[in-house]
Design a protein around this ligand. Structure first.
Ligand SMILES: Nc1ncnc2c1ncn2[C@@H]1O[C@H](COP(=O)(O)OP(=O)(O)OP(=O)(O)O)[C@@H](O)[C@H]1O
Length: 320
C-alpha cells in the first residue's frame, strides 16, 4: 500500500454523543514503524465500526484504548480518565481480542465466572448467569469450550468481557472465521448492546460487514484517520470515486469510439488485450456500457473493475 501524507480526512460530521472514548492526537510507533499517526476520534453510545485494510493500525488503536499499550504521543481516555497505567478503567471496559486464548477445558460458565471473580463482583454467579443469558449461551453453559463452534466461542468471550457490565466494549475482528449464521447472530447482539446504551467499537477490514452492523464508522488507512462519521456518506464517496475497468469486446476500436462520447467516461486506452476505461462515475458507466454495446451491435466479452482492492478504495478516501 502507498503511504499517504495528506493530513486531513474528508470532513464528515461525527454524529456521536459527547465522547465516552476519546483519542486526542494519538500516535504509536514500534521502533521506526509508525503504526498510528496523529489520530483523534471520539466515540459515544452505540455501535461504531473501525474499518481499515490489514496492517492499518486497528489492533494498535484498540489496544491503546484498552490500556494495553502506551500511546507514543497524545492521550487516550475513557470518561476523561487515561487508559494507560490506570487499572480503574477496567471497571468500564471490556475487550474481546482478535486472538483467542484457548480455555478448551473450562465450561462456558466456569470461564465467565472466573472473569466475574477477577472483577471482584459482589454476586459473581448471578453476573455470570446474566452475561450468558445476554449472549444466548445459557443452554450451553455447562459444556466445555473445546466443544463449541467458533460463533459460540466468540459469544462466550463477549459474555466474559461483559460480565462486569462495562459501558465500553471493544472487539477486534469479532466476525473473523464465522459462518453467515453465526455472523448474523453476533451482529444482532452488537446491535442490541448498542441500543441499550453501550459504547461499542469493533474492527473489521470488510466494508459490507461494517455496513450491516453500524451506521457510524472510523476508517483508518496506513495509521491515519481517512474518514469518520456516517457510513452512508463515506460509502457514497467510495462509489463516486473514479473507477478503472478492463473491457473486452467483439470490436474494441468501435466500442472505444462510441464510449468516448459518453459523459461518464474520463479516458480510454486501447491495448492488444482490450480497453482500459477510466470512468468518472461507477453507476453511470456500468449502466451506459451495455446500452452502447447493444446499440452498436458489439458483443461484450469482459467487464472487470481493475482497481477494486480495499487499499485503492481507502487510499482514495485519504486523498479526497
Ligand atoms: N509489536 C510490533 N512491533 C513492530 N511492528 C508492529 C507491532 N505490532 C504492529 N506492528 C505494525 O504496526 C502496523 C499496524 O499493525 P496493527 O496490528 O495495529 O494493524 P491492524 O489494522 O490491526 O492489522 P490486522 O488487521 O492485520 O491485524 C503494521 O505495520 C504492523 O506490522
Amino acid at each position: 500500500m502507498t503511504t499517504q501524507t495528506q493530513p486531513t480526512a474528508p470532513a464528515l460530521p461525527a454524529d456521536t454523543a459527547p465522547g465516552v472514548v476519546d483519542l486526542q492526537n494519538v500516535s504509536r510507533w514500534y521502533g521506526n514503524v509508525v503504526a498510528v499517526n496523529d489520530i483523534s476520534m471520539s466515540l459515544g453510545a452505540g455501535v461504531t465500526g473501525l474499518l481499515g485494510p490489514n496492517g492499518a493500525g486497528k489492533t494498535t488503536v484498540l489496544h491503546m484504548m484498552a490500556g494495553f499499550l502506551a500511546p507514543s504521543k497524545g492521550t487516550v481516555t475513557i470518561d476523561g480518565k487515561p487508559t494507560w497505567r490506570n487499572p480503574a478503567v477496567y471497571r468500564d471496559l471490556g475487550l474481546v481480542t482478535e486472538r483467542e486464548a484457548v480455555h478448551a477445558f473450562l465450561t462456558a460458565e466456569q470461564f465467565v465466572l472466573a472473569c466475574a471473580k477477577m472483577q471482584k463482583l459482589k454476586d459473581p454467579a448471578g453476573a455470570t448467569r446474566r452475561a450468558l443469558e445476554l449472549v444466548e449461551m445459557t443452554d450451553a453453559a455447562h459444556r466445555r469450550i473445546g466443544t463449541f463452534s467458533k460463533g459460540m466461542r466468540q459469544r462466550t468471550r463477549v459474555a466474559a468481557a461483559l460480565v462486569h457490565e462495562p459501558r465500553v466494549l471493544l472487539l477486534d475482528e469479532p466476525f473473523n472465521g464465522m459462518d453467515p449464521r453465526q455472523r448474523m447472530h453476533m451482529m444482532e447482539l452488537l446491535h442490541s448492546l448498542g441500543d441499550n446504551g453501550h459504547t461499542i467499537l469493533f474492527s473489521s477490514h470488510i466494508l459490507e460487514e461494517v455496513e450491516q452492523v453500524s451506521g457510524l464508522v472510523q476508517v483508518i488507512v496506513a495509521g491515519r484517520l481517512a474518514a469518520s462519521g456516517d457510513f452512508r456518506k463515506i460509502r457514497r464517496l467510495m462509489t463516486t470515486r473514479p473507477h478503472v475497468f478492463a473491457v473486452r469486446s467483439s470490436d474494441d476500436r468501435r466500442l472505444a469510439v462510441a464510449l468516448i462520447a459518453e459523459s461518464s467516461v474520463a479516458g480510454i486506452e486501447i491495448e492488444n488485450g482490450g480497453l482500459t476505461v477510466r470512468a468518472s462515475d461507477y453507476g453511470d458507466f456500468t449502466r451506459a456500457l451495455p446500452r452502447i454495446a447493444l446499440d452498436q451491435g458489439i458483443r461484450l466479452h469482459q467487464l472487470v473493475p481493475s482497481d477494486e482492492s480495499l487499499e485503492s478504495v481507502f487510499s482514495y478516501l485519504l486523498e479526497a
